[in-house]
Design a binder for this molecule. Structure first.
Ligand SMILES: O=C(O)c1cc(=O)[nH]c(=O)n1[C@@H]1O[C@H](COP(=O)(O)O)[C@@H](O)[C@H]1O
Length: 273
């Protein structure tokens, strides 16, 4: 089953478009978990237990797992999320020349020997061939970075092309063309409300992953209003959920569960409008 059909079903089941970002910064993991064999996994497990009823997806960011223990923590995390029936969107922002990107594409190949996510974020900078193995995988979702939430996103993404369109608009147009298998979405930051509105009009059928609410102060209302295509899309918060209980010691997960529920309710107000 296609990723966006699975995501649609998950959104309906939990009545939520919340993406819970699993970015377990080792320096912020509670002290009582630090002597665990794999502290990041112990942390994620508690977060998953506390938030899964509110999660449309879990979104681990690869940056927090790229070392031997991290890789094991990621494998455990993905398997555990799947055990709770929650799809996993691996935020890896990958792409490279064909020979290399074929290896990256194993990250969303269920037959690979390593961890396998349901969807992935990719970087369009190297063009179509760098994304081909992801695009050809009919089952996995491919979220193309389009207009990112960070201030420096303007450096390249806002550049005006000879045609008069901005580079990020060209990326959106290309992503729409690349969507032959109905598996492509865009990443558009919640800190970019005007671009969100304009992109929704430009590519009405592409679901967006909208990061940047919570710690980055993005706009939750526009994230929902323009992030969803036919009801399908994701609004991500990472630190705002997983570290909500940073001062609560052993009870950190209760606060995380509450934060996920609060975000779900807030987003649902706008979904219902
Ligand atoms: O691709 C992403 O998810 C992403 C794109 C973007 O434009 N901005 C952005 O913040 N992200 C990711 O979304 C998460 C945001 O984390 P918080 O700011 O803690 O909610 C991080 O994992 C970022 O890497």
């Amino acid at each position: 089953m296609n990723f966006f059909d699975r995501l649609h079903d998950r959104i309906v089941t939990v009545d939520s478009v919340v993406s819970v970002g699993l970015d377990p910064d080792p320096s912020r993991i509670p002290a009582h978990l630090q002597d665990h064999d794999l502290p990041r996994w112990a942390f994620n497990r508690r977060i998953i237990d506390a938030t899964h009823e509110h999660a449309a997806v879990f979104k681990p960011n690869a940056a927090f797992y790229e070392d031997p223990d991290g890789f094991r923590a990621l494998e455990e995390t993905i398997a555990y999320a799947h055990g709770k029936d929650v799809p996993v969107l691996l935020d890896a922002k990958r792409a490279d020349i064909g020979n290399t990107t074929r290896q990256y594409a194993e990250l969303v190949d269920p037959d690979s020997s390593g961890p396998s996510a349901d969807a992935i974020t990719v970087n369009p900078y190297m063009g179509r061939d760098s994304l081909q193995p992801f695009l050809a995988n009919e089952e996995a979702g491919v979220f193309v970075l389009c207009r990112t939430s960070n201030p420096g996103g303007a450096d390249l993404q806002d550049l005006e092309l000879e045609s008069g369109e901005a580079l990020y608009e060209r990326v959106a147009a290309l992503a729409d063309l690349w969507n032959e298998n109905d598996n492509v979405g865009l990443v558009v930051g919640a800190t970019k409300p005007e671009e969100l509105e304009e992109l929704r009009e430009q590519v009405p059928d592409l679901p967006f992953l909208v990061p940047g609410v919570g710690a980055q102060g993005g706009d939750a209302e526009v994230a929902v209003e323009y992030g969803l295509a036919n009801g399908v899309g994701l609004v991500n918060s990472s630190r705002g959920i997983i570290f909500a209980g940073e001062d609560a010691g052993a009870d950190f997960d209760t606060a995380a569960g509450r934060a996920a529920k609060r975000l779900k309710k807030r987003l649902n107000q706008y979904r219902d409008e």
